[in-house]
Design a protein around this ligand. Structure first.
Ligand SMILES: NC(=O)c1ccc[n+]([C@@H]2O[C@H](COP(=O)([O-])OP(=O)(O)OC[C@H]3O[C@@H](n4cnc5c(N)ncnc54)[C@H](O)[C@@H]3O)[C@@H](O)[C@H]2O)c1
Length: 344
């Protein structure tokens, strides 16, 4: 057990994903969960009883004002992001964790980056903390793959739903390998799905420019299958190809590391990967806040917003923009225009 001071936290939202957050805060032993809140009284009561949490609130603002936490974990649907982060900060939240996707509209993503200039706003792309990914970050830091010129990432469902995880991993791999942030994107999209009222492409196929390197990304039916995977939500994979080796990782069906002609299989599993990475993420947040190193936090919203830039760049390219320069201030009307996408 660590002798370090625990992080004083509160949790907003007691829905499906919040259960994993609360379990992880308890499991990591480094977080003191002071209170939880939800506007749904039944979920609030059931969650408080399940995890033996003494204080509950119907209002987030009241909870923050009364509990004076160091950290506010917001686990609400993607239709509520800036509209809940702004009042949380106004009520006194010194640091905030939000879930993916960070934004449905370009202006929301920009606003979160602005709000995250003076405080930690970080994103719950917890895959980065899976033990195999932690090892891979080390290999990339050592340049074990040589020069990285090609990355591939894909997910079986739409870009807004799981794209934030796989793009997050691929862009982090690129960053550690010394490649620049996304400079342009060329994409094709078709079909429409919806998050609340917000349209999102059913299928996206994109090439992203990272200096001399390229990232090929697919989300939806154009994504390649993960061998042996039958669950569409688990159809997630990332590949990093360098001059001396290659790493392929799936979310739930293992992976491979080839370096200098040697091959090694790696074991990956969902939900085991989730159960190890979510507590590890909280420990990193505690360390970043207590050591005042939050500006370098790996999923700080300023960095995570690159994923949104790529996503909105895909929309702009697919809607006739051709090769779209990144980053760019896209208008929110871009999202409404997705209604024009071909349906097949
Ligand atoms: N990182 C991951 O692996 C992962 C996995 C699953 C879901 N998610 C993300 O987690 C987020 C939440 O998903 P979910 O499935 O838990 O949603 P959910 O709808 O089950 O739960 C959201 C909860 O937020 C509550 N809520 C809404 N407005 C509120 C407010 N103003 N104050 C307090 N509570 C409020 C709702 O009543 C509900 O209980 C989504 O963005 C989703 O994409 C991430």
């Amino acid at each position: 057990m660590s002798t370090k001071r625990k992080l004083r936290a509160v949790q907003v939202g007691c829905g499906g994903r919040a259960q994993t957050h609360i379990k992880a805060m308890i499991a990591c032993g480094e977080v003191e969960l002071l209170a939880i809140c939800d506007i749904d009284a039944a979920k609030l009561k059931a969650t408080a009883e399940k995890y033996n949490i003494p204080k509950t609130y119907a209002s987030m603002e009241e909870m923050i004002q009364k509990e004076q936490p160091e950290f506010v974990d917001i686990c609400t649907p993607p239709t509520i992001r800036t509209s809940i982060v702004e009042p949380a900060i106004k009520a006194g939240a010194p640091a905030v964790l939000i879930e993916k996707p960070i934004a449905l509209l370009p202006s929301e993503s920009r606003r979160l980056v602005e709000l995250g200039k003076d405080r930690l706003i970080c994103v719950n792309t917890q895959y980065q903390w899976m033990s195999h990914w932690q090892r891979i970050w080390g290999l990339l830091q050592e340049k074990a793959l040589g020069e990285v010129r090609l990355l591939r990432a894909s997910c079986g469902v739409n870009i807004l739903e799981q794209g934030p995880h796989d793009l997050d991993l691929a862009l982090k791999a690129a960053r550690i390998s010394g490649l620049p942030a996304p400079e342009w994107v060329v994409a094709q999209c078709w079909g429409i799905e919806r998050f609340g009222k917000t349209p999102v492409p059913h299928d996206t196929a994109a090439t992203v420019g990272l200096g001399d390197a390229r990232l090929h990304f697919n989300a939806g039916p154009s994504a390649p299958n993960v061998p042996g995977e039958s669950a569409i939500y688990l159809q997630q994979q990332v590949e990093i190809i360098g001059s001396k080796g290659r790493i392929w990782v799936s979310l739930n069906k293992g992976g491979s590391i080839w370096i200098d002609g040697k091959h090694e299989e790696i074991d990956t599993n969902w939900p085991r990967g989730d159960a190890e990475s979510q507590p590890a993420l909280y420990v990193s947040i505690r360390d970043a806040l207590h050591n005042n190193t939050w500006k370098e936090f790996p999923t700080r919203v300023e960095i995570s917003a690159q994923v949104s830039d790529v996503m909105f760049g895909c929309y702009a390219s697919a809607l006739g923009g051709g090769k779209v320069k990144l980053p760019q201030e896209f208008p929110d009307s871009l999202v409404d225009q997705l209604e024009k996408l071909p349906q097949k």
